[in-house]
Design a protein around this ligand. Structure first.
Ligand code: SF4
Length: 592
């Protein structure tokens, strides 16, 4: 067989409406406006495919990541044009389908490229994709299906290639380490993102999960059944060593698989091997199931360098738990028991929740907000993530809401769990779901305020005194992080002087909370998501000609990662100095 030029391409990084795209490893995607510094997850299954093809074929394989490079469609075309591929392999999500298919069809027209589409949307709509010009639609886990296509096997015999039968789940022990040549794995590591505190490389010690949550794309579409598989412990340790040797600056590992701890023996062996190899000086962070944790496992993890675990809780509402089929994830008694052990031994816990799923209700989701507020307030949860439960095509959740007439949208760009609800139930409308989403985030802020109030204000007070800032009279806040930090800072400044005047530039969705801040004189509403200097100038033009004693900006991480635009705005405003407020209440003063 003649050697081919094969491009493996992650999706476009910026869609036609200017949203920056983020694909979570659990395969839900969202777009974020004005997020030039947006973090990118390592597209792990494409990355495994890339290294597999490089190992097992003679083709010229090139891996490109449009999300990492922040390519829009036109920029992506320029990049592809340099390669003139014979094959392009993509894993389009429903959210980015239109841009991804435009790119692939353009390449087909220009260079006669054969298009191979894999992943969630290809599994759900193979016929549609084939009718639109895609040549091969792969269903389910796709690494070995694509390998067979590129080995020129008889198409009828390739399992996993539509319309043939699905393929058996692959043996993860047969895979090479994922792509680290055409992209550098360290380039996906960003302290502060996604809630990583260190420079952590994303890794996968296992694959799959024993549950089948109704909305889960990974389990329902990619694997199709209960599917937890573990790698060899020695191979995981070897990969960590290799990465650390290649990237001495690496500080840790984020095990970003579906469920790192489904098999207790595996965790006990892995943690022991990490210690034996002297790799316990790195920091580890892992996606776990909370119901299989126990003291022995948590202590073993802690002693091997794990500093944070992430667990899915989803809801506090028993009816929502039944509707979403989350099974033991709803064992809240077990959750609290393990959270108390984690707090006692100093293990941080990050939890994910979801609003508006099947079976949920307005009151039920408010209970979830209250649970979050209490657990965060008591320091049992360090951080959380909330999403709007989104029925991604192909999932049983999608089929059900469609059949029952609850699905509102067929505009795929709205299938975005960070922004919209695409369903409306008879007893729980789309607007109520979106309102509850904001309510739950507010509960999270209240919990954080309660958890951090004492330590944050003590540190801030110490630094206000240290930098002799108590005489400030006129201040501008740029609301660049969660409200708890802004609220506690305003409270503290008021304690220093009742006469202080604070103007705020903030987003419309928090306008009501901003109005309640002490000492606030004027609120400027900033439209369009993340702060950028261009957008700021467009919206406010010369309205910021007044002079402030200080501009305050609020950081969500200590290395100021992702804040270059906020800092540029702060520096463009006339002020004696810019004060950066960090998550622990410490201040950094800049007199530029
Ligand atoms: S716990 Fe549920 S959502 Fe998470 S991977 Fe398993 S099936 Fe999917």
């Amino acid at each position: 067989m003649q050697n081919k030029r094969v491009v493996i391409a992650n999706s476009v990084g910026i869609d036609s409406r200017g949203y920056y795209i983020m694909h979570s490893p659990s395969r839900w995607s969202q777009g974020v406006k004005n997020a030039k510094d947006l973090f990118t997850y390592y597209p792990w299954e494409l990355a495994y495919l890339s290294s597999l093809l490089k190992r097992d074929t003679e083709h010229h394989v090139k891996f490109i990541d449009g999300c990492l490079e922040k390519f829009n469609l036109e920029q992506y075309k320029e990049r592809i044009a340099l390669l003139e591929p014979n094959y392009i392999v993509m894993e389009p999500s429903t959210r980015t389908l239109e841009e991804d298919i435009s790119l692939a069809l353009w390449s087909k027209e220009k260079f006669g490229t054969k298009i191979v589409f894999c992943g969630q949307h290809a599994t759900a709509y193979p016929e549609d994709l084939l009718s639109r010009g895609v040549d091969f639609a792969c269903q389910g886990e796709y690494e070995f299906t694509v390998l067979d296509i590129l080995l020129d096997k008889s198409l009828d015999s390739i399992r996993g290639l539509y319309p043939n039968q699905r393929r058996e789940l692959l043996d993860v022990k047969l895979l090479p380490f994922p792509e680290d040549e055409d992209v550098r794995r360290i380039d996906y590591a960003t302290p502060g993102e996604p809630n990583c505190e260190y420079l952590e490389i994303q890794m996968y010690a296992s694959r799959g999960c024993p549950l089948m949550c109704l909305f889960c794309v990974a389990q329902n579409l990619y694997y199709g059944k209960s599917s937890h598989r573990i790698r060899r412990v020695e191979s995981v340790v070897e990969e960590i060593k290799l990465l650390k040797n290649k990237y001495p600056e690496m500080e840790g590992v984020f095990f970003d698989e579906e469920m790192h701890n489904a098999d207790k023996n595996f965790v006990m062996e892995l943690t022991s091997a990490i210690k034996k190899a002297g790799l316990d000086n790195l920091k580890y962070n892992a996606m776990c199931g909370h119901w299989t944790l126990d003291r022995e496992m948590l202590e073993a993890m802690k002693s091997a360098g794990y500093y944070k675990i992430r667990v899915g809780v989803e809801t506090a509402d028993p009816m929502g738990a039944i509707g979403m089929r989350i099974g033991p994830k709803n064992r809240l008694d077990k959750l609290e028991e393990n959270l108390k052990i984690a707090r006692e031994i100093g293990m941080k816990v990050y939890a994910t929740f979801t609003i508006g799923g099947m079976g949920s209700s307005k009151d039920g989701d408010r209970k979830t907000g209250e649970l979050i507020q209490r657990l965060v307030g008591e320091g049992l949860l360090t951080d959380i993530q909330v999403s709007i439960n989104t029925p991604l095509p192909g999932s049983p959740y999608f089929e059900r809401v469609k059949r029952m007439g609850y699905l509102l949208e067929q505009d795929w760009s709205k299938f975005d769990g960070g922004n919209f609800s695409v369903v409306s139930y008879p007893n729980y409308s789309k607007n109520e779901i979106e309102e509850n989403f904001r309510y739950v985030l507010k509960c999270y802020d209240e919990g954080l305020k309660c958890q951090k109030e004492f330590s944050f204000k003590s540190k801030l007070s110490e630094d206000v005194n240290k930098f002799e800032l108590s005489s400030m009279k006129k201040i501008l806040f740029l609301r660049s992080n969660r409200m708890w930090q802004v609220e506690l800072t305003a409270d503290l400044l008021k304690e220093f002087s009742e006469k202080i005047e604070i103007d705020v530039i903030g987003q419309p969705q928090v306008e009501n909370i901003l109005k309640k801040l002490p000492c606030v004189k004027k609120i400027y509403l900033y439209e369009g998501g993340f702060f950028t200097l261009d957008n700021f100038k467009k919206q406010f033009d010369s309205r910021f000609d007044k002079k402030y004693d200080a501009v305050f900006i609020f950081y969500n991480n200590f290395r100021r990662v992702g804040y270059s635009e906020v800092e540029a705005i702060a520096n463009s405003i006339q002020a004696e100095f810019v004060a950066g407020v960090f998550p622990d209440g410490s201040l950094k003063i800049n007199h530029e």
